[in-house]
Design a protein. Structure first.
Length: 677
């Protein structure tokens, strides 16, 4: 990865929150015949889809002339789109007279040259990480194109309009045909792609999806899923890697991350990432920094608990319209468990038989209802593969570590996400609950200039006092934060009580170390007042979010972190989720005095944005990144975290509603959530 520099925004302290910057789309993949004759040319790759909207169902059959890509390959794409009778009439009642139908074609790279999965938008997880190993959320939840306001694109980006007069009557409705002739670019990044086709209409000079929503963007959640897009089967693309090496796509082995123990809450985060995937994949729970999973041996009634060691596929939780359609009855799983005593038990190998949750199950009790033998740290090797509906294989799994123990918690002056000015020190007294003389291990690392090659690490250990205090007298050492960049620390404590129960505490800290003379000034966002006509540094909106009585129609209010450092945010808490706090950071450069950009007022949008050399979307094509920019956003309370995320521009729905919730189920949170008291 070529990185010229990293940009960070430093901390803003507020009364309640401190933050720092540093061919399938969810419907049926269809092989049915078109409502009118549609024949793919010889040698072409055909694909089809049945879609649903609130105005009627639709069917599309498509073909692309080449199923093996190389730079400069000519492509012909033909599509026959059939709309149910009355579909357009219903749309016109909402959007106005329809003049044209449109189709956007983009090429999403699902797997890079190394076979690693890539996403258009990293949401609640990421394959783009900080040096501290945290997920950087961002990108887009729409089609990857610079036609819709996003500055980046994919190697194939074609938009075609067809006049409404080109519709012809066919069995079951009306049909329009699209035909695109183009060529792949000479700088085609190697990998495994899927063509994405978005369909819509043009009415009153505006584009809408087939459901009347924003064109080529993820629609709002509805009782029944709406889809206005379709995907091809995977297409392998050979080409020259950014490193200069030629990549033969036929040799790429695609791999997807598998999460183990994703169905069990471990103090607000879920699931274990394999050792083999760490460093290139991480989850983002948003409530706090994900940590080592600690699960109990016994239930509330004293019964021994059982856990599933079968995988979940986290990339499938974002948007089902974009998912690869798996053959859940294909593939297999092999599991070996190494217990705290070092003994390894081979649970064997079994085939996957059906879908379960966001993964596949073997229905074998040894895998799906494994019972730990006792307390301690376990290592599980869970490996295997699964195929998609076209027969392509995807590897997954690896080596996983987790604890079976009672959870011990800690309190310290360092909050997760806390930023420090250069010259500070990491390391404060720690108090454990329950108050026990725990054995403590701490590893802390400073990344000057956010460069892993410059990392400096200290490790130390000791025993807490009988009252559960661990400080300098017990062996704590400070990590001097003498250079701007980022830091990361991990605190691990264990204790076995007189009754033989193991207690474990694990917590990660990470944040920005900023120069005190930095020209970069951190901000939240300005406040919209006067019915959102004006944007001010601080003020009163005279509006609260609410839900109309007897109706589900919501009047939502989203308020960002305060624009100026030191300001406080006051927001209503009304039990209904209508008032939301958006923890997104922005920045300005001192002395530039540029006018405030109203475009960053959109939810999840910021001027902190990762950049690439050739305008290819950086989250999907990270090998071309020239400037990696992101912020740390956090909100801490005594004893737990309300919010934590790392992101660049485009984080989808990063807010949290001020309503009764347990913030992921963290210890020390009450059922009252954000309510006063």
């Amino acid at each position: 990865m070529r990185i010229s520099r990293r940009k960070f925004i430093v901390s803003m302290a507020t009364a309640a929150a401190g933050s720092a910057v540093a061919g399938y789309s969810g419907g049926r993949a269809s092989a049915s015949k078109s409502r009118a004759a549609f024949a793919a040319p010889p040698g072409a790759l055909p694909f089809a889809h049945d879609g649903h909207t609130e105005y009627g169902d639709w069917h599309a059959e498509a073909s692309v002339s080449s199923s093996a890509w190389q730079p400069g390959t000519p492509l012909s794409i033909g599509v026959a789109l059939t709309l149910a009778g009355g579909h357009l009439a219903g749309l016109e009642a909402r959007a106005g007279k329809i003049d044209q139908l449109c189709m956007l074609v983009t090429a999403e790279r699902s797997f890079d040259a190394d076979g690693w999965v890539r996403l258009a938008g990293d949401e609640r997880m990421s394959t783009l990480l900080t040096p501290t190993g945290l997920a950087i959320e961002g990108g887009v939840s729409s089609a990857l194109t610079n036609r819709l306001g996003y500055p980046y694109r994919t190697p194939l980006d074609e938009l075609q309009n067809r006049p409404a007069s080109s519709l012809v009557d066919v069995e079951g409705g009306q049909q329009v045909r699209f035909a695109i002739n183009t060529s792949l670019p000479d700088d085609l990044p190697p990998g495994i792609y899927r063509l994405r086709l978005d369909f819509g209409v043009v009415a009153n000079k505006r584009r809408y999806s087939l459901n009347g929503d924003a064109f080529a963007q993820r629609p709002p959640a509805r009782e029944r899923q709406v889809d206005c897009q379709m995907y091809s089967s995977p297409i392998r693309a050979s080409g020259t890697h950014a490193s200069g090496q030629w990549v033969d796509a036929s040799a790429i082995q695609p791999r997807i991350p598998w999460l183990l123990l994703a169905g069990y809450n471990s103090n607000g985060y879920r699931g274990v990432v394999a050792d083999e995937d760490q460093g290139r994949f991480a989850m983002s729970e948003r409530n706090l920094i994900p940590d080592e999973v600690i699960l109990p041996l016994y239930g509330e009634r004293g019964n021994r608990l059982a856990y599933s060691l079968e995988p979940q596929f986290p990339i499938d939780i974002i948007d089902p319209r974009n998912n690869i359609p798996w053959d859940y009855g294909s593939g297999e799983l092999s599991v070996q468990v190494t217990g705290p005593d070092g003994e390894t038990t081979d649970l064997g190998t079994a085939p996957f038989v059906e879908k379960r949750g966001f993964g596949s199950t073997t229905r074998q009790p040894a895998f799906a209802a494994w019972r730990p033998a006792g307390y301690g740290r376990y290592t599980v090797t869970a490996t295997g593969w699964i195929a998609d509906i076209w027969g392509n294989r995807y590897q997954g799994g690896g080596t996983y570590h987790f604890w079976i123990a009672k959870r011990m918690t800690l309190a310290t002056a360092t909050f997760q996400g806390q930023s420090y000015p250069a010259g500070s020190r990491y390391g404060r007294d720690i108090g454990f609950a329950p108050a026990v003389p725990a054995d403590v291990e701490v590893t802390a690392t400073l990344y000057p200039d956010s460069d892993p090659a410059l990392a400096r690490t200290i490790t130390y250990s000791g025993k807490a006092t009988p009252g559960g205090i661990f400080g300098a007298a017990q062996g704590m050492q400070p990590l001097v934060l003498d250079a701007p960049g980022e830091y990361h620390a991990h605190v691990l404590a264990t204790y076995t009580d007189p009754d033989g129960h193991l207690w474990v505490c694990s917590m990660r800290h990470a944040g920005v170390v900023y120069p005190q003379d930095s020209p970069i000034i951190a901000h939240g966002k300005k406040l919209p007042v006067n019915n959102k006509k004006d944007l001010v540094d601080r003020g009163e909106t005279h509006f609260e979010g609410y839900v109309e009585p007897g109706d589900d129609f919501r009047h939502l209010d989203h308020i960002n972190f305060p624009y100026q450092a030191g300001d406080a945010l006051l927001i209503a808490s009304e039990h209904q989720g209508a008032n939301k706090i958006e923890p997104v950071m922005t920045y300005e450069v001192a002395g530039e005095n540029r006018p405030y950009d109203r475009r960053i007022q959109a939810i999840g949008v910021t001027n902190i944005q990762t950049k690439s050399a050739n305008r290819y979307a950086p989250h999907m094509f990270p090998e071309y990144i020239t400037d990696i920019e992101y912020y740390y956003g956090s909100a801490a309370r005594p004893g737990f975290m309300s919010r934590f995320l790392v992101g660049d521009s485009g984080v989808r729905a990063p807010y949290w509603p001020t309503s009764p919730n347990r913030f992921g189920g963290q210890i020390n949170t009450s059922a009252n959530g954000d309510l006063p008291g």
